[in-house]
Design a protein around this ligand. Structure first.
Ligand code: RIB
Length: 311
C-alpha cells in the first residue's frame, strides 16, 4: 500500500496575535492568545493525510499535556501515531509565535523532545519506516539524524522528500541522495548562493540543483506561486490570490499535499495545482494545523477559482 512516513517535529505553538511587536523594554497589550498544534513534521503529516494518503508520524513528544494534545490532533486527522515516542526526560517541543495584524510572524522554537529523534530511534523503527513509499523530512529534528535517514533510505531505494526548513547547510553527499527537494526562496539561496530576483533566476538555480543530482526541485514563491524544475520539464504555477491572515504552515500544507499527490501518481502539473490551492486556503486562517484544509475543500476551491476566478 502507498504510504508516507514523516519523520519530524511535533511542537505546541504558543500563538500571540498583536497589532505590532513591542520595542525592547516596552510592554503592550496583545489581541489574543491560543495554543495551536504545530511543528513542521506534524503539520506536513496532517496535510498529507488530509490530502488523502495513509500517513505515519515518527518523532518524539514529552510525557505531558502538550504531547497528548499533539498526538490527538494527528489522530483526528487520520495520521498513524503508534510510532511516536513519549519521554519523561524533556518537555514536548514548543514554538513561540508572534503574529502581527499585517500577517507577519516571528517564531522561536524550543526543540525539547524533538531532539531525542536520533539514529538509534530510526534504527529501532526501521522495519516500519522501510515499508514507506515516500519518506518526508524537515530540519526540526537533529540534522545528523536527517542526514542519517537520507543515506539509509537511499541505500534501501526509498524515495525521500526533503523540506530543509529551517535552513541549515546540506552536505553534498546527502543532497545528491534526495529525490524531491522543496525549498522557499531563502532556502534556495542557501543552496545556490546566487541573486534570485525573477522566475528565470529561480529556474536557473533549480537547474543547478538538478545538476547536483536532485531530480525534482520545487520552489515555493509565496505570492508568485511555485515552480517545479526537473531535467525533463519546468512548470510555473501562479499563486491563487486570497486574503492572507497568517502564513504559518502554508509551506507545510504545500509539502504534505505535494507528497500525497506524488505517491498517488498524479501528474506533476496537477500535483502543483493542488498543493498551491491547499496552501492558499491555509493562509486564510490563523494557526498551523488549524488552517490545513481537507481535500474536498481544496478541490472545490481550485475548481471554483479556475472556472469562476473566485477570490
Ligand atoms: O511551519 C510552521 C511551523 O514551524 C509551526 O507550526 C511551528 O511549530 C514551527 O515549527
Amino acid at each position: 500500500m502507498n504510504r508516507i512516513s514523516v519523520i519530524g517535529s511535533l511542537n505546541m505553538d504558543l500563538v500571540i496575535q498583536t497589532e505590532r511587536v513591542p520595542l525592547a523594554g516596552e510592554t503592550i497589550s496583545g489581541r489574543d492568545f491560543n495554543l495551536i498544534p504545530g511543528g513542521k513534521g506534524a503539520n506536513q503529516a496532517i496535510a498529507a493525510a488530509k490530502a488523502g494518503s495513509p500517513t505515519s508520524m515518527f518523532g518524539c513528544v514529552g510525557d505531558d499535556e502538550f504531547g497528548e494534545v499533539l498526538l490527538n490532533s494527528l489522530k483526528d486527522a487520520g495520521v498513524n501515531t503508534v510510532n511516536v515516542s513519549k519521554t519523561s526526560k524533556v518537555r514536548t517541543g514548543v514554538a513561540s509565535i508572534i503574529l502581527e495584524s499585517s500577517g507577519e510572524n516571528r517564531i522561536i522554537i524550543i526543540s525539547g523532545a524533538n531532539n531525542l529523534v536520533d539514529a538509534a530511534y530510526v534504527d529501532s523503527h526501521w522495519d516500519e519506516i522501510k515499508l514507506s513509499s515516500l519518506i518526508l523530512l524537515q530540519h526540526e529534528i537533529p540534522l545528523e539524524t536527517c542526514h542519517y535517514i537520507i543515506k539509509k533510505a537511499h541505500a534501501s531505494s526509498i524515495p525521500v522528500m526533503l523540506n530543509p526548513a529551517p535552513f541549515h547547510e546540506i552536505p553534498t553527499d546527502v543532497l545528491t541522495k534526495v529525490d524531491y527537494l522543496v525549498v522557499n526562496e531563502v532556502e534556495l539561496q542557501g543552496i545556490v548562493p546566487a541573486q534570485v530576483s525573477s522566475i528565470e533566476d529561480v529556474i536557473r538555480a533549480g537547474k543547478e540543483i538538478n545538476q547536483m543530482g536532485v531530480k525534482q526541485v520545487l520552489i515555493t514563491l509565496g505570492g508568485d506561486g511555485a515552480v517545479l524544475v526537473s531535467n525533463e520539464e519546468v512548470i510555473h504555477q501562479p499563486a491563487f490570490t486570497v486574503n492572507a491572515v497568517d502564513t504559518t504552515a502554508a509551506g507545510d500544507t504545500f509539502v504534505g499535499y505535494f507528497a500525497s499527490a506524488i505517491i498517488n501518481g498524479f501528474g506533476l502539473k496537477q500535483a502543483l495545482v493542488n498543493s498551491c490551492g491547499a496552501a492558499a486556503l491555509a493562509v486564510t486562517k490563523v494557526g498551523a494545523q488549524s488552517s490545513i484544509p481537507c481535500n474536498d475543500d481544496t478541490q472545490s476551491f481550485v475548481q471554483k477559482y479556475t472556472t469562476e476566478g473566485v477570490r
